[in-house]
Design a protein. Structure first.
Length: 513
């Protein structure tokens, strides 16, 4: 992988620009994305926003599903399954707001331009009084319109809050917000609590839909008097914690002072805090899987005991768990079929690979055998050619040797004892090389046979090798077939000597290799 140390100055500049535009602190991810697009800054930046837009669109669709189920009144249909304690508890909390703290936030009830219009003084009156006050009414209406416009313009950033201290914070990374929520919760109320999902609300919806789980949403407000007791006694209840773990419920929590939790409260139409909602995958008008969507199936507003929450969750699971169980079975069936196909494909690939390997080995063996046979044929052919040239050379030697022994000049009389025990005496001129002795011994069998050798020439591309050695027994002396040293120069051969032809251990085949 490309590292920062391997980048040139131009690439480092592009990296700085990419991180500045995308607000990314992940150095390795930034380098990887730029490297994927061949360091084309425009394409790399565009891919980031395209990915974010497509991901956000999918999450917005999930949030719209939940919002539509809330606005359609579907959660209210499940409220009839409340037990008596939860109903009275919820109603009492809704009817008796805390006297020592400000009322809970209600995003849908904040003043708007329409609310201001309803409080304007009506300028027109009937009668003489209306006629007299008509100019003053026009001036008042104009002044009121200007002040209203200025008020809306100045108060636009905090239109969803009563004061600057109540304004939700600017939207941040959901994982950062979730980590801060958990950290602050543990500082205030301890480390025994529900297993809050470490991510955004939209991510929790995605996971719940993908894993076919119930999603338990908890919203709290620091301004509500019941928040501390609810967190210490309910959310930190070991009984509730174990129940949520046993039922494998996904829990997402947030504080409405944060932007995301505030938007979730608006989506779920929360009016009293603490607020809880149970969300699950539910069929719409039909029963086909294509019409399934994430829906709010129960709401708990105001503080509630662990027993109440467990009872409500049990009721919801009995009512909607069958759908999830059926979908889990279908998913497991699909997964089993997928694994089976994968195993079959893997077995087929392995079998095919084994067959291909066998075929490859067989082909290699055939090629090796063919090469071996071809080499054997070549060697055999070379042996035949060598043997034929050897015969031709021996006939050439027979033709080369003089028919009569020399009688004049310096002549050496040599007695040869051949390998088969036969003795042969021959006279040689003193000026002949030692190789002449070897040529005589080599040609002697053919000369002895009396075969007509004809007029043979020395074969081309042939180097003769004598398969014997000529030695003198006393003292033992080996005479090599030299072409430069003459018989006269070997005092032991002059004027006569007895020589032995030693055939040695090498056969013709070994010599021909």
């Amino acid at each position: 992988m490309t590292s920062l140390d391997t980048l040139d100055d131009n690439q480092k500049e592009l990296l700085d620009q990419f991180q500045a535009v995308t607000q990314s602190d992940d150095l390795e991810a930034s380098i990887s994305r730029l490297d994927h697009y061949n360091w084309n800054l425009e394409r790399a930046v565009g891919s980031v926003y395209e990915a974010n837009n497509s991901h956000d669109t999918a999450r917005e669709k999930l949030e719209q599903e939940v919002a539509s189920s809330t606005s359609s009144g579907q959660p209210n249909a499940d409220n009839k399954y409340k037990d008596g304690n939860s109903s009275s508890n919820t109603n009492s909390n809704q009817a008796a707001p805390s006297s020592s703290s400000s009322s809970p936030r209600q995003p849908t009830s904040f003043p708007t331009a329409t609310t201001n219009n309803t409080t304007r003084p009506r300028p027109f009156r009937l009668g003489l009084f209306s006629l007299l006050t008509w100019p003053f009414g026009i001036a008042w209406n104009i002044t009121w319109a200007i002040l209203s416009f200025a008020s809306r313009l100045l108060s636009r950033p905090s239109i969803t809050s009563h004061s600057q201290s109540q304004q939700p914070q600017q939207r941040q990374d959901p994982r950062t917000v979730a980590a801060r929520f958990l950290r602050e919760y543990e500082i205030k109320y301890g480390e025994t609590h529900l297993d809050f999902y470490q991510g955004g609300y939209s991510q929790a919806l995605e996971n719940a839909r993908r894993d076919l789980k119930f999603l338990f949403v908890v919203l709290q407000s620091d301004e509500h008097d019941d928040t501390e007791q609810f967190c210490r006694e309910t959310l930190s209840s070991e009984e509730l914690v174990e129940y949520m773990r046993e039922k494998n419920v996904l829990v997402w929590g947030g504080n409405v002072r944060e932007s995301e939790a505030f938007q979730v409260s608006s989506t779920l139409q929360a009016t009293t805090y603490p607020f809880m909602a149970i969300i699950t995958l539910q069929s719409g008008s039909g029963s086909s899987s294509g019409s399934l969507k994430m829906s709010v199936v129960d709401r708990i507003e105001g503080p509630a005991s662990p027993e109440t929450i467990i009872h409500r969750c049990d009721t919801v699971m009995q009512r909607h768990g069958q759908t999830l169980n059926r979908m889990r079975m279908e998913r497991d069936q699909r997964e089993m079929e997928r694994r089976l196909r994968q195993e079959q494909d893997q077995a087929y690939r392995e079998s095919l690979k084994a067959d291909q390997e066998k075929e490859r080995q067989a082909r290699l063996e055939r090629e090796a055998q063919a090469k071996k046979e071809e080499e054997a044929k070549r060697v055999e052919q070379e042996k035949l050619v060598y043997a034929e040239k050897r015969k031709q050379y021996i006939r050439y030697l027979c033709h080369k040797l003089p028919t009569e022994e020399p009688t004049e000049g310096t002549v050496a009389k040599l007695s040869f004892r051949l390998a088969d025990g036969e003795r042969v005496i021959r006279k040689f001129k003193g000026d002949l090389p030692l190789e002449a002795l070897y040529e005589f011994v080599e040609a002697y069998p053919l000369l002895k046979s009396g075969e007509d050798v004809g007029d043979n020439e020395k074969p081309t591309d042939y180097k003769h090798k004598f398969n014997f050695t000529i030695i003198s027994p006393y003292p033992r002396t080996v005479y090599e077939p030299s072409t430069t040293k003459t018989l006269e120069e070997e005092k032991s051969l002059w004027p006569s000597a007895t020589l032995i032809v030693d055939a040695g251990d090498d056969d013709d085949d070994e010599d021909n290799e």
